[in-house]
Design a protein around this ligand. Structure first.
Ligand code: SF4
Ligand code: SF4
Length: 71
């Protein structure tokens, strides 16, 4: 099944706001030397995602998409 949260990494500036916003610790930064910030956000623990969309709201660059969680 597709995870409820998706990061469009090509748009990510590595600001880390989404990582700090997620109460479930779903998102993490990962090193990427090809980027200005040297890091990019990734979905590390998709099974923990509740679909709350706090990460989507926190991202200033609109690179997070959250779809509804079906329970
Ligand atoms: S939707 Fe909520 S639980 Fe899922 S990654 Fe974003 S902030 Fe975390
Ligand atoms: S908030 Fe957006 S731009 Fe910042 S690290 Fe997360 S996905 Fe990247």
């Amino acid at each position: 099944m597709e995870p409820p949260v998706r990061i469009i990494q090509s748009l990510c500036t590595g600001c880390e706001l989404c990582v700090n916003a997620c109460p479930q610790h779903v998102l993490q930064m990962t090193a990427d030397i090809s980027r200005l910030a040297g890091k990019v956000a990734r979905v590390a623990n998709p099974d923990m995602c509740t679909g709350c969309a706090q990460c989507e709201d926190a991202c200033p660059d609109f690179c997070i998409r959250v779809t509804a969680v079906v329970v």
